[in-house]
Design a protein around this ligand. Structure first.
Ligand SMILES: [Zn+2]
Length: 345
């Protein structure tokens, strides 16, 4: 009960990449970079185990960014000529590559990290991929055409490629494959209308556990500013949860602690596993076990205990390494305290 995991990313060590950045530059190249990525992955597998997490991830050490790490292995994308684009409904600008031709995978995307992960932990493993709708929002299009039709076509094309990689990850022995869809919280109508469908296409044929992570973004200033405009009640999840509840996706990861998400929205996910965000990734203040257990306790009003999985609100990529380590320990200690409290009832 209350199996713990991270949403996905962890800070990169300073010998691998620039620290505390969302799009960090690598510090190595060629074979040395490949080795450094593998070393960092191993380091975080060990650190997660030491912290006591139940479900272990690769910490996304081998990708510069959670979306572009996937796109680098896709043919039909021009990475040499990136353009500036407002992403997440113009919340912030990013330099993004352009889709210029039919999309095809060049080969495996994450074989190295997935196989390392499987070989070096006996615990359950989780692996993350960007969701199709979020990819479409993090790339410029010069091929599929303007408007909604073009976006849907492009999302379905990416979903097919994601599905290929997801099936390969499953064959590597990964237990949970999670698609990250922060865009679901930005384009709520589109998410319910076709985003969930694209997500299901990406997960087609998987027999392992499938998950989707929907958050309010990394702890960067643009996101903090945006959250301040969302008012006292964040009801974005209300639009997409009913569509997800009807979908074949098994688990939903959501932001909870320090957010203004009304807890009762979790009731819309009846029957699904809910990865409840009990750790804030936008603050360096480390949660106490009591705070974590309190959040779990409140979520239990709306999620059955066997369906509740304590998690971080989002990835920890732009965070300091020591802070992230301390937060992993808080997550585990808080889940243990919540189990104790439940046993006393
Ligand atoms: Zn997130």
């Amino acid at each position: 009960m209350f199996l713990t995991s991270i949403a996905g990313s962890l800070p990169k060590p300073e010998w691998l990449a620039e620290t505390e950045k969302l799009w960090p530059q690598w510090k190595q190249e060629g074979q040395a970079l490949h080795q450094a990525k593998a070393d960092a992955t191993l380091l975080w597998i060990k650190a997660q185990e030491d912290a006591g997490l139940d479900i272990i991830g690769d910490g996304e050490q081998a990708r510069q960014h959670f979306v572009h790490g996937f796109l680098e292995q896709v043919e039909g994308i021009d990475f040499a000529n990136k353009v500036k684009m407002g992403i997440r409904n113009n919340r912030y600008d990013a330099m993004v590559p352009q889709v210029v031709a039919p999309l095809r995978l060049k080969g495996r995307v994450h074989a190295m990290e997935a196989q390392l992960l499987r070989a070096h932990t006996q615990r359950k493993t989780k692996f993350t991929l960007p969701g199709p709708m979020t990819i479409v929002d993090t790339v410029a299009d010069r091929f599929y055409g303007e408007g909604k039709d073009g976006r849907i076509k492009m999302a379905m094309a990416f979903a097919e490629l994601l599905n290929q990689e997801a099936l390969a990850l499953q064959a590597d022995g990964i237990d949970i494959i999670q698609f990250d869809e922060p865009a679901f919280n930005v384009y709520m109508e589109d998410a319910a209308e076709w985003g969930v469908q694209a997500l299901e296409r990406a997960a087609q044929g998987l027999t392992c556990t499938t998950a989707v992570h929907i958050c309010y973004g990394y702890g960067i200033q643009a996101n903090v500013d945006w959250k301040n405009t969302l008012g006292q009640e964040w009801r974005q999840y209300e639009k997409v949860f009913p569509a997800l509840a009807k979908s074949r996706i098994d688990q939903v990861s959501l932001e909870c602690w320090h957010s203004h998400v009304p807890m009762d929205l979790m009731a819309l996910l009846a029957g699904k596993d809910v990865m409840v965000g009990v750790i804030d990734v936008a603050s360096d203040a480390v949660e106490t076990p009591q705070e974590v257990a309190d959040t779990i306790g409140r979520a239990l009003q709306f999620v059955r205990k066997e369906h509740l999985f304590p998690c971080t609100n989002c990835g920890m990529a732009p965070m300091g390494r020591a802070t992230a380590q301390a937060k992993l320990q808080a997550l585990v200690a808080g889940a243990a305290l919540a189990r104790e409290r439940l046993a006393q009832h």
